[in-house]
Design a binder for this molecule. Sequence first.
Ligand code: TXA
Ligand code: MG
Length: 320
Amino acid sequence: MTMQTRVSKDIDAAVRLLSAGDLVAVPTETVYGLAGNALDKNALLKIYETKHRPSFDPLIMHVASLEQASRYVRHIPDAYYLLAEKFSPGPLTYIFDKNELVPSLVTSGLPTVAIRIPNQPLTLELLLRLDFPLAAPSANLFGRISPTTPHHVLKQLKGSIPMILDGGKCSLGVESTIVHFSEGKLQVLRFGSTSPDQLKEVFKGSIVTPENNSIVAPGQLKSHYSPAIPLYFGKVADLVRQYKDKKITLITFSGKHHYPGIVNLPLTLNEDMAEAARNLFSTMYEAENSGADLIIAEKLPEFGLGLAINDRLRRASAND
Ligand code: TXA
Ligand code: MG
């Protein structure tokens, strides 16, 4: 079904649509989310349908406070209170044991639910005005590039949702970090905008990150965030040599690479990781529309936000 998709800052309209069981794309500080009433089975089905998302990939539930979260979970570990003091509202998602109020469509049948408090003024106000939480995966088609502007959302979902709440460009640009406190340890299930080093400053116990952990979030498929043309990820000089007969567009961190006839889209001009994260997905959209045969993306230093950015680029480069 095709419908008009309005882009607007009208929170009242968003409240009306969501309360009627419709979907609205909402801004967060990380990426735009495709939001629906997390307690309404039909709204949840619409999310999976609209995104073409497989039903084994669970959704994050968004709330305005930990207090609101407490209605939907069995217990809030002390570790989460500690983390929330520093990181919420913000780009950190917590895994809880869910209670019976959370539909199994949110969690893909898992006994746990992912919850986050986004740090975006329009969406926080929206959450405060609703009497239900919002289930919101990133507002892209399944497997494609995550959206950080209303325009990105329109490119993928125009005509299939009634409204995009316009919060401009997302301030962080890479999804939340997902953590699960269990058996006394903090497991990082997905690298994201809160780095393990930041977590370490607050959580003094043991932190297990995805490199040395076999437990990852379900739905973290090897191939994800894919542009419409092939993307190769690694050492720029080697890859440029390997694909020298093709039309290449580069995505780089250092911006220092100069090859005659090759477009270079630097993520940042002064090796600023936060700027690189903010520009990551918009640069991927730009690269896929640059008329090139393929994209070569430079690997960033493997620390801080570099871990999350490299994770996205690695998945964008996988083609199985
Ligand atoms: O920054 C973000 O987290 C954005 C914004 C919109 O909030 N949302 C987002 O949602 O990235 P999505 O659907 O693209 O990714 C959510 C991921 C799922 O793929 C899954 O891996 C994980 O969250 N997840 C959800 N529920 C889970 C659970 N119960 N246990 C483990 N992982 C879970
Ligand atoms: Mg996503």
